[in-house]
Write a protein that binds this ligand. Structure first.
Ligand SMILES: Nc1ncnc2c1ncn2[C@@H]1O[C@H](COP(=O)(O)OP(=O)(O)OP(=O)(O)O)[C@@H](O)[C@H]1O
Length: 263
């Protein structure tokens, strides 16, 4: 049983509702937007896996499907063997997701936020683990601060903490270091690497390819909603050529030969 298993996932977003003016002009309805086409891959337990792709490639859509926030138009997604639709509660419990957007409730303190999140998973008396997470993310002195009083980088640390309160075996980070300072990057990667060494599976999306090269043993590259490459980071760089993963990424994204090709 794998940590993450995706079988032929496709996603077509419904078109925007047709306006009254367009209806009166008898314009034909717009087709939906195909964000993912037959995406299949597996992430094994304990892997540090990179999901890469340019803006709009479909990374967040795929993560939303895994987290049960969006439903696939076709195909099957499983987390730790649990189907994300039919076994939603178990699959969601196995997963910690750090979202790309800073979403938070401004009325609570950091500790309250983490206690509430623990409550969603039926966890009471979770303060020992909450304190450990806060310490490891450099947030101990912010525990009683109100969320709205935190800087953007500090809020992002709380999002990471929130994803970890229920000790999920699989952790998904959607661009966790976008716009954050060197200090947080180092703190975050030290903690996430430690969790990975302890056996947690990590799926990371990032536009910082040097981070992916340093951290991820395997990567999948999405291009226009299709898998363009899927291999170990080292094998991919050796096969495609170039000085580093960024070079390989640029070559793959600019060469149509790779569209829909899997390793
Ligand atoms: N709710 C939605 N309705 C319609 N189209 C959407 C919706 N969400 C995303 N899309 C479209 O689906 C495609 C994939 O978007 P997605 O956010 O998954 O890409 P991404 O790889 O995460 O991009 P980024 O790197 O910019 O975060 C894009 O063309 C986007 O405009």
């Amino acid at each position: 049983m794998s940590a993450i298993n995706l079988e032929n996932i496709s996603k077509i977003y419904a078109p925007a509702p047709i306006s009254l003016g367009a209806r009166l002009r008898r314009q034909p309805p717009q087709p939906g937007h195909q964000a993912l086409s037959n995406v299949s891959f597996t992430v094994e337990h304990g892997e540090f896996f990179g999901l890469l792709g340019p803006n709009g490639a479909g990374k967040t859509t795929l993560i939303s499907i895994l987290a049960g926030l969006a439903s696939a138009s076709s195909g099957r997604a499983r987390v730790c063997g649990y189907d994300v639709q039919t076994d939603f509660r178990q699959s969601r419990r196995a997963l910690g997701v750090v979202p790309q957007e800073l979403v938070y409730d401004p009325f609570f303190t950091v500790r309250e936020t983490l206690r509430i999140q623990s409550g969603y998973f039926g966890l009471r008396n979770n303060d020992d683990w909450i304190d450990e997470i806060l310490f490891n993310l450099g947030l101990s002195d912010k525990a009683e601060s109100n969320m709205r009083a935190l800087s953007g980088g500090m809020k992002r640390r709380v999002l990471v903490a929130q994803a970890l309160v229920h000790r999920p075996p699989v952790i998904i980070l959607d661009e966790p270091t976008a716009g954050v300072d060197v200090d947080l990057r180092r703190t975050l990667w030290a903690f996430i690497s430690r969790l990975n060494k302890e056996g947690h599976t990590i799926l990371l999306t990032t536009h910082y390819l040097e981070e992916a090269e340093a951290l991820c043993r395997r990567v999948a590259m999405l291009k226009q909603g299709r898998i363009a490459a899927l291999d170990t980071t080292q094998a991919l760089m050796a096969r495609v050529g170039g000085a580093d993963l960024e070079d390989a990424f640029v070559r793959i994204m600019h060469d149509d030969e790779f569209l829909g090709v899997t390793a």
